[in-house]
Write a protein that binds this ligand. Structure first.
Ligand SMILES: [Zn+2]
Ligand SMILES: [Zn+2]
Length: 327
């Protein structure tokens, strides 16, 4: 099968011809129909996440069709369409797994990082971590739901019932979260790279009542802020924009260092927290909510062999919504 592989950090992906993977007892062999490109993929390529499997097939926002099943795989039938997320396997027995926090499992394994992912024609995935995708969505349109959507949704959940919601970094996750937040009746304030008029216009088109530079304070204090851009200096900016008792949630897996800041912008019971990975419960909830909330995704498609170009466009901030690879 054709695949794009990472052979070492800080190198472009290389085209490769790999043997078709074989499904283990609990696994599905999946013909990849679409795989979205996530900011996390860039962090892996850039060597910012430790010890990836190498060589590695990146990609953890996979939509595909089941073409073969392992001996114990009984949740799906041949021909079913499934989605494969970042959470690829958990141990089921550690304290985290047993307390509803499998996202923090001590032995968790992640798709497109420790397990080969979807930048390929075929992939295998554990059936227990695969999901049915609503027929409302085409393959390309559904792909960004699998991480930008799922982890974006978990990030939004951590904001509680905040009404005035700030979103820092208006990329793939934000454009989905914005639609869910508006569906829930929240007020939306979007912060972009300074001067990025196109991203600000995009945010307004998705229901933001205000959109501006990340260096500019919002017109009123925020009840909560979500940070999706991997930029540590946004943490003090978001804390300063958030009201007493409000929450700032960091939704990414990696961020540049956070500069020191005066205690007074955290004081008055502001909460600063991160979000890590997802649970299967997040996925079930969000994949049911997305069609009900009328969530649509904005995508730019690239043939699989142009994966490096897709990563480059994501890095430069040129994309509106999500990049999706199609084998
Ligand atoms: Zn565990
Ligand atoms: Zn991701």
């Amino acid at each position: 099968m054709h695949a794009q592989i990472l052979t070492a950090a800080r190198r472009p992906l290389a085209a490769a011809e790999l043997p078709a993977p074989r499904p283990g007892p609990q696994q599905l062999l999946i013909a990849v129909r679409a795989c979205a490109v996530c900011r996390t993929d860039l962090h892996v390529v850039d060597g910012e996440l430790a010890d990836p499997k190498l060589p590695l097939v990146l990609g953890h926002e996979i939509i595909g069709t089941v073409v073969e099943k392992g001996a114990a795989a009984d949740r799906f039938a041949i021909g079913d369409r499934v989605g494969v997320p970042w959470l690829g396997w958990t141990c089921g027995v550690c304290d985290y797994c047993r307390s509803g926090q499998e996202n923090l499992c001590d032995r968790a394994r992640f798709t497109g990082y420790q397990i080969d992912g979807g930048y390929a024609e075929l992939t295998v995935a554990d059936q227990r971590f695969c999901f049915t995708i609503d027929s409302h969505y085409g393959d390309v349109e559904a792909a960004p739901l699998m991480c930008a959507g799922l982890i974006g949704y978990r990030t939004l959940r951590m904001a509680g019932d905040a009404q005035r919601l700030g979103i820092y970094g208006f990329g793939a996750a934000a454009h989905i979260v914005a639609q869910v937040a508006r569906h829930q009746g929240r007020r939306l304030f979007a912060f972009t790279r300074p001067g990025d008029a196109a991203a600000q216009e995009f945010a307004r088109s998705l229901g933001a009542e205000w959109a501006g530079d990340s260096t500019t304070p919002p017109p009123e204090p925020l009840d909560a802020a979500l940070i999706f851009a991997p930029v540590g200096s946004l943490v003090p900016a978001a804390l300063a924009a958030t009201k007493k008792g409000g929450t700032v949630v960091c939704g990414g897996i990696h961020m540049s260092d956070i500069p020191s800041f005066p205690y007074r912008i955290l004081w008055e019971e502001r909460v600063l927290r991160s979000v890590a990975n997802l649970t299967r419960r997040d996925a079930e909830e969000f994949l049911a909510l997305a069609p009900e909330a009328g969530v649509r995704t904005e995508t730019t498609t690239y043939p699989l062999d142009r994966a490096n170009e897709a990563l480059g466009d994501l890095r430069s901030g040129a994309l509106k919504g999500a990049a999706v690879l199609v084998p």
